[in-house]
Design a protein around this ligand. Structure first.
Ligand SMILES: Nc1ncnc2c1ncn2[C@@H]1O[C@H](COP(=O)(O)OP(=O)(O)O)[C@@H](O)[C@H]1O
Ligand SMILES: [Mg+2]
Length: 248
């Protein structure tokens, strides 16, 4: 299995705070890797180093063989990296379909020009994506009036429009109820396994993490505590102390 993401000895400080310290890990295609750790552990910083929002002080990030140090977020995105945000990022005044079409247009823009025939194609492509995430019946509603859970699904569809090989999801289920969380991650898991996409995600709900992750990395104060299968991580004493609370 090829690695879609390789992180080597990554480090980032903000003033006196070492948000990420000497962090290394890999992610293979088709795998769901959960990054967990208490608030302030450095998870979002790590995501922002990978997606090009932040520059590392040290170390490197390699995405599908490309060393991305110095890349702008848009250049990272062009490599085939999809991302969903902690806060939903759809355009409220546009319809669901328009939001998806924008994402697809922006994916195709650098390879094709916009003939009307092609636009019609995007229409079908957009509806396909909406079907995939289960909200095709909402396609002509404005995003601003949708339920929060549906917005999260649109966000996933927008990320998939880029035909990513690597998907970065920083707290994709933030603000959702437990059942909704499980169903969004189940959907994500089905889609990425079919498309052989590697996923790095953070999640506070341990039920969701242990149900859907193939592997888990645990951070605390910017450092890697441990890495392993859900079973290994669950049994790790350091994890129980630091993160889960002592063996309850
Ligand atoms: N832009 C920033 N400026 C200053 N400090 C930051 C910034 N971003 C994050 N930090 C600090 O870095 C540490 C890691 O934060 P963060 O990556 O957001 O953790 P997590 O996502 O795991 O909660 C925290 O101590 C946080 O206060
Ligand atoms: Mg965070």
């Amino acid at each position: 299995m090829a690695n879609v993401l390789e992180v080597h000895e990554l480090a980032k400080s903000f003033g006196g705070v070492q948000a990420v310290k000497n962090l290394s890990f890999n992610l293979a295609e088709g795998q769901l890797l959960a990054m967990i750790g208490p608030n302030g552990a450095g998870k979002s910083t790590c995501f922002n180093l990978i997606n090009g929002q932040l520059r590392p002080d040290n170390g490197r990030v390699v995405i599908m063989g490309n060393k991305i140090n110095g890349y702008q977020p848009r250049q990272v995105w062009k490599l085939g990296v999809g991302r969903t945000f902690q806060i939903t990022s759809t355009f409220a005044s546009m319809t669901v379909l328009e939001n998806i079409k924008m994402a697809i247009l922006s994916y195709h823009q650098h390879t094709q020009s916009l003939f009307s025939r092609v636009r019609k194609l995007y229409n079908e492509e957009s509806m396909e994506l909406l079907k995939l995430v289960g909200i095709e019946d909402q396609h002509d509603r404005a995003c601003g009036v949708l339920a929060y859970g549906d917005l999260k699904r649109i966000e996933l569809a927008v990320a998939l429009a880029n035909q990513p090989k690597l998907l970065l999801m920083d707290e994709p289920t933030a603000g959702m109820g437990p059942a909704e969380r499980q169903s969004l991650m189940e959907l994500t898991s089905d889609i990425v396994r079919t498309r052989n996409i590697g996923v790095l995600f953070t999640e506070h709900d341990m039920d969701v993490v242990f149900t859907h992750a193939d592997r888990i990395i645990v951070l605390n104060r910017g450092e890697l505590v441990t890495e392993g299968s859900p079973t290994e991580v669950r049994a790790n004493n350091k994890v129980q102390e630091i993160y889960l609370g002592t063996n309850a």
